[in-house]
Design a protein around this ligand. Structure first.
Ligand code: NIG
Ligand code: FE
Length: 386
C-alpha cells in the first residue's frame, strides 16, 4: 500500500493500444513515433480504475435529501419503499435506449475525471426482464467506448415489496438467472447486498456459493451499516473483493489480511449518508489488508462520478497517505475487478490507459479538492478527453 513507484523525466511509447516501450525523456527523442506528447512539468499516471459503480439506472432521488436532513435513516427509507426501490421503479419504466443515454452521460463524466476502467453493477431491476435489460445496457456501453467496463450482476440488491414475506423465493429467482447471464456473457461477477433488513449472511452464502459453482467471480456489499460478518464470508468463499466494510469486525480484518480478497472502501458513501464513522482504513492497512477506493456512484447513497473527490475524502476521512491513495485507485482497484494484469500500472504490455494531470506533483491531487485536475485522458492509446 505504501510504496508508490514514481519516476522523473520518464517516457513511454504506445503501440496497438498497449505500452510498448518505457525509458527516459532523453531517450524518447530517438524513438520513431506518429505523434509525441509532451507532459513537461505535469504528472502522468495510469488511468484511474473505479471498481464499484452502479452506473445504469433510471430516475433520480433528490427528494431523499430532505428526508436525510430530517434524520430518516437510509435503511428506513428503503423499508418504506423508497431508496433503491424507487430507482427500481424508474429503471423498470425506462427503455433500453434511455438507459444507454443516461449511463453514457455519467460514464463520460467519469472519463473526464481520469477514469479509464470501471466496474458497473445491475441491481435496479429485481426482476428477470429488468436485470437483463440493465446488463445488456452495460454491454452496449462497453462496446461503445474504448474504456474497459467490467459487468457485475447484483440481482439481490433489495427485496421487492411483493416478496417481502418470502425473500428466499426472490433469491431463488435471482439464482435462476445465473445460467442465462453466463450463457449470454452478460456479467463476469456477482454481488449481493448483505445487510440487516436486506439479505442475511446465510442467504448471501447461498447465492454466492451457487454463483461460484457456475463460474462467476464474487463480490459483496459487506458490513456497511451493521457488522454481520460479510468480510469473513467474502474471504471464506474467495471473493475478489468485499466492499464498504465500515462496520467490519476484528476477525473480518484479520481474514482480509490473510487472503487475497481486496477491501474496496467507499468514503464518498459514508460522507453522503452524513455519517461520522468511516471504514477503519488505518487499522486495516496496519494489519496488512489491500485496499482499493471507489466512488460507489449511484443515485442514492453517493451521487458523484468524481473519483478525485473520493481521493481527497480518503486522505481527510480515512487518513490514508497520498501513496496509499494512488495505489488504491490504480493497481489495487484493477485487482479488485480482475484486471490486475491489464490495467492499473504503466507497465510494458499493459493497456496504454493514462492521464496527464495538470498538477505539479502527485501529492497535489488529494490536497486541492473538489475540482478536476485531469488535463487529458487516454484509453488504449486513444485520446478520450482533453
Ligand atoms: O452501495 N448499499 C447498497 N447499494 C448501494 C446504494 C444503492 C442505492 O441507494 O441506490 C451502495 O451504497
Ligand atoms: Fe454499492
Amino acid at each position: 500500500m505504501s510504496v508508490l513507484p514514481v519516476e522523473e523525466n520518464a517516457a513511454f511509447a504506445v503501440k496497438d493500444g498497449r505500452i510498448a516501450w518505457i525509458g527516459t525523456s532523453a531517450k524518447a527523442a530517438s524513438v520513431q513515433a506518429k505523434e509525441k506528447l509532451d507532459a513537461y512539468q505535469k504528472v502522468v499516471s495510469p488511468g484511474l480504475v473505479d471498481p464499484h459503480t452502479h452506473l445504469v439506472f433510471g430516475g433520480s432521488r433528490e427528494n431523499e435529501l430532505a428526508l436525510k436532513q430530517k434524520g430518516v435513516p437510509y435503511l428506513k427509507i428503503l423499508a418504506n419503499g423508497g431508496g433503491i426501490l424507487s430507482t427500481v421503479a424508474a429503471t423498470r419504466q425506462s427503455t433500453e435506449k434511455e438507459l444507454v443515454e443516461r449511463a453514457s452521460f455519467h460514464l463520460e463524466r467519469m472519463v473526464t475525471h481520469g477514469v479509464t476502467t470501471i466496474e458497473a453493477k445491475s441491481g435496479y431491476g429485481l426482476d428477470r426482464e429488468t436485470e437483463l435489460k440493465q446488463l445488456r445496457v452495460t454491454k452496449t456501453i462497453a462496446d461503445k467506448y474504448p474504456i474497459s467496463i467490467v459487468s457485475t450482476f447484483l440481482g439481490p440488491h433489495a427485496i421487492p415489496p411483493t416478496y417481502k414475506a418470502n425473500p428466499d423465493f426472490f433469491l431463488a429467482g435471482m439464482i435462476g438467472l445465473l445460467d442465462v447471464i453466463k450463457k449470454d456473457n452478460l456479467a463476469e461477477f456477482v454481488d449481493i447486498f448483505c445487510e440487516t433488513g436486506v439479505f442475511t449472511i446465510e442467504q448471501s452464502r447461498e447465492f454466492l456459493q451457487k454463483a461460484k459453482e457456475k463460474g462467476f467471480g464474487l463480490k459483496i456489499h459487506a458490513d456497511e451499516i451493521d457488522s454481520l460478518g460479510g468480510a469473513e464470508l467474502a474471504t471464506s468463499l474467495g471473493a475478489v473483493s468485499a466492499d464498504h466494510l465500515v462496520a467490519v469486525s476484528e476477525n473480518g480484518i484479520k481474514n482480509l489480511a490473510e487472503r487475497d480478497t481486496i477491501a474496496v472502501l467507499l468514503p464518498g458513501t459514508t460522507f453522503y449518508l452524513g455519517k461520522d464513522q468511516y471504514a477503519p482504513a488505518r487499522k486495516m492497512i496496519n494489519e496488512g489488508v489491500a485496499i482499493a477506493l471507489a466512488t460507489d456512484f449511484n443515485p442514492g447513497s453517493c451521487v458523484t462520478e468524481n473519483l478525485q473527490l473520493i481521493m481527497s475524502l480518503a486522505a481527510l476521512k480515512l487518513k490514508m497517505t497520498t501513496e496509499e491513495i494512488w495505489n488504491a485507485v490504480t493497481v489495487n482497484a484493477a485487482y479488485a475487478i480482475g484486471r490486475g494484469t491489464e490495467a492499473g500500472t504503466l507497465d510494458l504490455g499493459k493497456w496504454a490507459d493514462f492521464v496527464i494531470w495538470d498538477i505539479p506533483n502527485y501529492q497535489y491531487l488529494p490536497y486541492h479538492f473538489g475540482v478536476n485536475h485531469a488535463a487529458s485522458v487516454y484509453s488504449k492509446g486513444i485520446k478520450l478527453w482533453e
